[in-house]
Write a protein that binds this ligand. Sequence first.
Ligand code: AHG
Ligand code: MN
Ligand code: MN
Ligand code: MN
Length: 346
Amino acid sequence: KAKKKSSYEIETLTHWLLKQEQNGVIDSELTIVLSSISTACKQIASLVQRANISNLTGVQGAVNIQGEDQKKLDVISNEVFSSCLKSSGRTGIIASEEEDVPVAVEESFSGNYVVVFDPLDGSSNIDAAVSTGSIFGVYSPNDECLADIGDNPTLDQVTQRCVVGVCQPGNNLLAAGYCMYSSSVIFVITVGEGVYVFTLDPMYGEFVLTSEKVTIPRSGKIYSFNEGNYQMWDDKLKKYMDGLKDPGTSGKPYSARYIGSLVGDFHRTMLYGGIYGYPGDAKNKNGKLRLLYECAPMSFIVEQAGGKGSDGRQRVLDILPTEIHQRIPLYIGSVEEVDKVEKFLA
Ligand code: AHG
Ligand code: MN
Ligand code: MN
Ligand code: MN
């Protein structure tokens, strides 16, 4: 007889992680890494929600390797993520949107996992208190990349080896997820057995399981593109986009929704269906989004939810990064919607 779940039986993320460990889906080291990531997200959530009060809006005054004006919270979120991961003792290498090169973590004494992250996604939204997020992915340790490096390697040698250790295809991801800082603080994670959604209960600062094995609708009439770039798109893409606006026989065109934060636009797409796209254009042929810590983690999640993540021609998870900040075009969401744009682009 199935054990009746008492209405007070609340499953926290901590409990869920321990269950995955008990079932052998993840090991105890990875459990600790993922738990430290959730702690970083809770700290960033509180920083973001009080940004205006603690004068943490606006720019830091530096430009990152992406050529973007770093927001104060870009820098602070990066520090929060880095220190939570370092103090986990199980992280070997980190690669971040806000770090020029990968960082070998000396504090790691076991586990040695490779963690890639975008500490604050959609940071242009911060000053207007519009949704932002953090994105992460975890790869298995790549010890051989630092093997026989010699007794006192130069920083450059270590960095070069770390780039090799970090540059793995999304197919190798052991875990991926994001935290969305919005009307609710939502933590979404997959460890390869479906997508689980947790909501932060601010009353006691725990992520509580609110939906399990989320699946994305196979189609959806919502598209999420920055159409400001329309003039620079190639003709095939323009034809696709024009078609979405044609009411056609149904008499109803697609709806446009664009928050300007990948985490927010993706989360809505996963729950409601539709497609998010950041195409290449005449100015930036690979578009804007970064493969390692934006496109690959989101593609792992969407596939676990029964959706599709493509660069317009191939599956994102099959792409081997050669440079940690490399960009690719991204089309992600409902299978039928991504299939449709791929047909136009063929
Ligand atoms: P980030 O803030 O981490 O640099 O990412 C911003 C990305 C993504 O979150 C968002 O979908 C996209 O940039 C918005 O770009 P545009 O402002 O060009 O539309
Ligand atoms: Mn940025
Ligand atoms: Mn981002
Ligand atoms: Mn970012």
